[in-house]
Design a protein around this ligand. Structure first.
Ligand SMILES: Cc1cc2nc3c(=O)[nH]c(=O)nc-3n(C[C@H](O)[C@H](O)[C@H](O)COP(=O)(O)OP(=O)(O)OC[C@H]3O[C@@H](n4cnc5c(N)ncnc54)[C@H](O)[C@@H]3O)c2cc1C
Length: 507
């Protein structure tokens, strides 16, 4: 790469941090003379996005352009291609870090832009390929990938051994919420303050929507997630100071009155490319010695970022472009009901589902357990079409991008790939939700009842899911126990009839 070619860098809207500007051989150095940013209207028209997501995407690009000042070339165009061609920068003189979707990768190559390896993850694509090849016919398990990365990077390692003598603290990290608590009692998170750029984005969105150019869903509201690097660093500091110590133990717990719990709120700035995951991990690991944060929380967090986040990124490429379209192992063809599409939490009686959908409507965000064990579980139970469900998650969540959705929705939540990613479906009944959350408290349904007016739709949905997929799941030894339970169910016919009658009515 010559310095002349390196002097004009095209950055996509998820490549907004300084680590996307330097040359390949010295990533920390920011030597780009000109930085091209393209705002594409067509990109916003592709889906019916959550208003908060559309706002974040544009706000982050415009803030970055303002920060870069004269170095920025910000182009507003219909498509990315038109934006590049209108920028006055010759594509052959531009470089770009390999983008994060199949379509964008094709585009940068078709335009003849110089393509550098992707950034924004701890491990490179070639490292993952080498690891995957070294597995032979063995499954590409997250746990094995994560351990290999720890060994290679030395993060949380004591020579050849994991720090603390254990790789995994999941067993310590599965606490139910504190008894009787309505919140974890942690300080209010640090929130960004909106500025004139945010206001300009809001005005543009309103005007485009009024002209019928775009269609959005979800509430408007103050921007809750970091859109600049300074804001992202403030969120990281705040998380380490106030929530990281409780992150591990309460990672899987949920409370209706505490939407953040001890989570980091870092997925947005990480996925916008404002923070390098390696710097986030280094800061979190430092807190072990510097602030005495428990190892179970530090390890639990490192596992999420260096393990899960990198793992789903690599699986997006490993499984291939047709993975979402071609995966439907459980023959799930139900369309999403209106209350999902319109984020109509008010139509829903079951408190877990109305809370989860209400949070999405309000902010375009839920923490992991509500995504997986409330909404994902419901979509799995009810046979929602995997492709449509993936589109819904991609459009509705502020931190969503196609690369992060494929494995999380198709593989993990819906088991639509027949077990390429997860060893068994993450299906659960109301008792799991009752144990890990307070969402059953005050609900019209009872998690222990399957039928009748108080029969819990999630519990009934679980049994009806098992009954419908009995044959498909029979060969999976991890499903042997649940299927035995199904055989013992005395009122199965009644449950199935009730669920058939419920149809797609809001539960
Ligand atoms: C059905 C489903 C959909 C999801 N959709 C998204 C999404 O659109 N974007 C997204 O970034 N994450 C997604 N996740 C993963 C996870 O739920 C979110 O990363 C997390 O809730 C974001 O909140 P946080 O930043 O406070 O995370 P924390 O709980 O504080 O976790 C720390 C970080 O770990 C990373 N992480 C943890 N788990 C995952 C994972 N499974 N995949 C990727 N990164 C992970 C994220 O970068 C996150 O910021 C999804 C999970 C499921 C089951």
């Amino acid at each position: 790469m010559t310095s002349a070619a390196g002097s004009a860098r095209w950055v996509f809207g998820d490549q907004l941090g300084p680590h996307f500007l330097g040359p390949e051989e010295e990533r920390g150095r920011d030597d780009a003379d000109r930085v091209l940013l393209v705002e594409s209207l067509r990109a916003l028209q592709r889906r019916r996005y959550h208003r908060a997501k559309a706002h974040l995407m544009l706000s982050a690009i415009r803030h970055r352009a303002a920060e870069l000042g004269d170095r920025a070339v910000l182009v507003r165009a219909d498509t990315y291609r038109e934006g590049v061609l209108a920028s006055g920068l010759a594509p052959a003189a531009l470089s770009v870090c390999d983008p994060t979707s199949y379509g964008a990768r094709r585009l940068v190559r078709a335009l003849g832009v110089h393509v550098l390896p992707a950034r924004g993850f701890v491990t490179s694509e070639s490292e993952f390929r080498a690891w995957a090849e070294s597995r032979g016919k063995r499954r590409l398990l997250l746990e094995d990938f994560y351990r290999a990365v720890r060994q290679r990077t030395g993060i949380l390692m004591d020579g050849e051994e994991p720090v603390g003598g254990r790789w995994n603290f999941d067993a310590d990290n599965r606490l139910s919420p504190p008894r009787g608590a309505t919140t974890l009692g942690l300080p209010e998170p640090w929130w960004p303050q909106e500025d004139a750029i945010d206001a300009s984005v809001r005005a543009d969105l309103d005007s485009w929507e009024a002209q019928g150019l775009i269609s959005l869903v979800g509430d408007d509201g103050p921007r809750r997630f970091a859109a600049t690097r300074d804001e992202a660093l403030a969120v990281l500091d705040d998380f380490i100071a106030h929530r990281l110590p409780e992150f591990g133990p309460y990672e899987d717990a949920a409370l209706a009155g505490d939407w953040v719990m001890a989570h980091s709120l870092l997925s947005v700035p990480l996925n916008l490319g404002l923070l390098d995951p390696r710097e986030v991990i280094d800061r979190v690991v430092q807190s072990l010695a510097a602030d005495g944060v428990p190892l179970s929380s530090v390890e639990g967090f490192v596992r999420q970022v260096m393990g899960w986040r990198d793992y789903v990124w690599h699986l997006y490429w490993h499984f291939g472009e047709d993975y979402v379209a071609d995966s439907n192992a459980l023959s799930a063809h139900e369309p999403l009901p209106r209350w999902w599409r319109e984020l109509d939490s008010g139509a829903v009686t079951a408190r877990c589902l109305s809370t989860a959908i209400g949070e999405v409507r309000e902010r375009g965000w839920n923490h992991h357990i509500l995504r997986l064990m409330v909404l994902g579980n419901w979509a799995l139970q009810h046979g929602y079409d995997p492709r449509e469900t993936t589109e819904w998650f991609t459009a509705s969540y502020v931190d969503a991008y196609p690369w992060v959705m494929a494995a999380n929705v198709v593989g993990m939540a819906l088991y639509a790939d027949g077990g390429r990613m997860a060893t068994k479906p993450y299906a659960g009944g109301g008792s799991y939700i009752h144990r890990m959350t307070d969402l059953c408290r005050g609900c019209a349904y009872s998690p222990t009842q399957r039928v009748g007016p108080r029969g819990c739709p999630v519990t009934a949905g679980y049994w009806s899911f098992l009954a419908r997929n009995r044959t498909a799941l029979a060969g999976n030894y991890r499903m042997a126990q649940p299927l035995k339970g199904l055989d013992r169910l005395s009122d199965l016919e009644e449950v199935l009839l009730q669920e058939r009658e419920r149809g797609d009515a809001p539960p």
